[in-house]
Design a protein around this ligand. Structure first.
Ligand SMILES: [Zn+2]
Ligand SMILES: [Zn+2]
Length: 234
């Protein structure tokens, strides 16, 4: 099977997705060969292909997109949501069991929040590291399993030395609720929250670009402060 590598140019703005992309909670009626135009609202272009995403239960996305609105990842066409999922999972997408349900945003959400927090976490952990330790950062979303067998999607920062991992911070989205991002220190959940752009979508609220920026800033500031405090006490 082909390796899927993260390509930055196919990175999808998660907040943009929540504003613009039709919800997949109720999957599209299988339009199959009947699609006459792209599924992007307002786009009249002819679809080139259907999204090739098929989740671990065998459910397919099958929405139809033109060349502009259906990005290609590792030679396959996806809708923007699933392009985000495939890029987030990277090589792990080769394992069918890693693929979240068609309507589940977990993998791309974890990657999105991780990327946004990464500069601050890198600074924080570099400052906390002891002389024989180095910082390990993830480049792909990993799939974990809870005791009840449900899955979660996660990415971590770790401070490691030759004798092992001293400190691990993990961002995680669980299978049962793909709106909530959990933050773990080691195995302990420290905080959880619904990112503001997802909250806005849930409530059907329109926010201006400025409001969006401000909400994101305070969401990340909250997480950073919280983690700074927790790491100092660890
Ligand atoms: Zn289009
Ligand atoms: Zn799709």
């Amino acid at each position: 099977m082909k390796n899927i590598t993260a390509q930055e140019h196919t990175t999808v703005d998660q907040a943009g997705l929540e504003r613009e992309v039709p919800s997949l909670d109720s999957p599209h009626p299988a339009a199959a060969s009947l699609a006459v135009h792209c599924d992007e609202p307002g786009c009249e272009a002819e679809p080139v292909e259907a999204c090739e995403y098929v989740d671990s239960r065998g459910n397919a996305c099958r929405t139809h997109w033109c060349a502009t609105h259906g990005p290609e990842v590792a030679g396959h066409r996806y809708c923007r949501r699933h392009a985000g999922t495939m890029v987030a999972l990277g090589s792990k997408a080769n394992n069918p069991r890693a693929l979240p349900d068609v309507g589940h945003r977990g993998a791309s959400l974890v990657r999105w929040v991780y990327r946004d927090l990464d500069p601050a976490m890198t600074t924080l952990l570099d400052a906390e590291s002891r002389s024989n330790e180095h910082l390990l950062r993830d480049t792909e979303v990993a799939v974990g399993r809870a005791e009840d067998g449900s899955r979660c999607w996660e990415m971590s920062w770790k401070l490691a030395s030759p004798s092992g991992i001293r400190l691990r911070i993990t961002l995680m989205v669980e299978e049962q609720d793909d709106s909530v991002v959990l933050v773990r220190l080691g195995d302990e959940v420290l905080a959880s929250g619904v990112p503001p752009w997802i909250e806005a979508r849930r409530l059907g609220k329109q926010v201006t670009e400025e409001e969006d920026r401000e909400q994101r800033r305070s969401f990340y500031a909250f997480l950073e402060e919280y983690l700074t405090e927790a790491i100092r006490q660890a």
